[in-house]
Write a protein that binds this ligand. Sequence first.
Ligand SMILES: Cc1ncc(COP(=O)(O)O)c(C=O)c1O
Length: 378
Amino acid sequence: MSTTPVSDRPVPRPGVLAIEAYVPGKAQAGGGVKVYKLSANENPLGASARAREAFHAADALEFYPDGSSTRLREAIGAAYGLDPARLVCGTGSDELITLIAAAYAGPGDEVIYSQYGFLVYRIATLAAGATPVIAAERDLTTDVDALLAAVTAKTRIVFLANPNNPTGTYLPFDEVRRLQRGLPPHVLLVLDAAYAEYVRRNDYESGIELVATTRNVAMLRTFSKIHGLAALRVGWLYGPAEVVDAVNRIRGAFNVNAAAIAAATAAINDTAHVEAAVAHNDRWLAWMAAELTALGLVVTPSVANFVLVHFPDANGKRAPDADAFLSARGLILRRMDAYGLPGALRLTIGTEEANRLLVAVLAEFLGKEPKGEAGHGA
Ligand SMILES: Cc1ncc(COP(=O)(O)O)c(C=O)c1O
């Protein structure tokens, strides 16, 4: 059979080359200085001792893992009161985002997310061959009206990170419910609650209730943040049976590895470690916001384990200047250029040592005195 060649070499399908590859947070500074990595929203307390023990014990390396992550789904189900049959585990929630896009959107379809929404939504959408549609935000916060106004006959998915990364802002439950009610029933609303455990607001709900009471909502969670298991790549989805079925059909047969299953199962049962991580974040998130504000920086109010901080538009004081100054002293923050926020840096709440050093170095950078003991001992 002879076919006319369309190109003299293999060509990826449309959309793939439009992807700007995701650039992870830097992990290194200039030579010789101690590094404080505050660029990827990792847990400053690390993983629970029980999770690390389970990780080390999972050393039967010759065997394939349980392709259904059964133990882990049962442990998550028990912890949250969910039916394990309605859960899918993934290689990080990143993988689940990609699988949802692949299962529900393709060429000619549209996928909506908000202006400063998590960058992986764009990558997953383009990788699926679908078209990204961006809804403007208000005050660096998702605008439900803008999301609903962006819906067309071609819309298949709406991705919403709540709280959102990188802004740290969130939508209260009644707004999320208004969004769900305004969507056509065939549009899948994906509530990405990667930072849910950190949120201390009475009007917040991660998504469990909406998944349980509707047919077009899926919720994503991760072990990378509060559980401190980012290296192992484990996330999970709670969704309608049909969504679970679709994702299970296209995922890798052994997508979550054995060590990850073992460690995550131990982690979800170590509630004391989770509580310690939440308490640490509560204390230092408030302290950090107060200290940075006292230095004259503009801080977007955050409910997560990171803060978006805006630098002055003045010579030598801009975000890239601050980034260079901090990096030279071992403090690695996240540049926000890829999100269209070049005047801001995002910082993860770190250990006490890292937090205090960061504020002291920023005070030096700005030529100011640190506020000092704000919230000390709080
Ligand atoms: C909003 C959001 N969703 C998902 C993820 C991905 O998490 P995971 O490590 O589970 O792939 C992140 C990680 O930064 C995130 O910020």
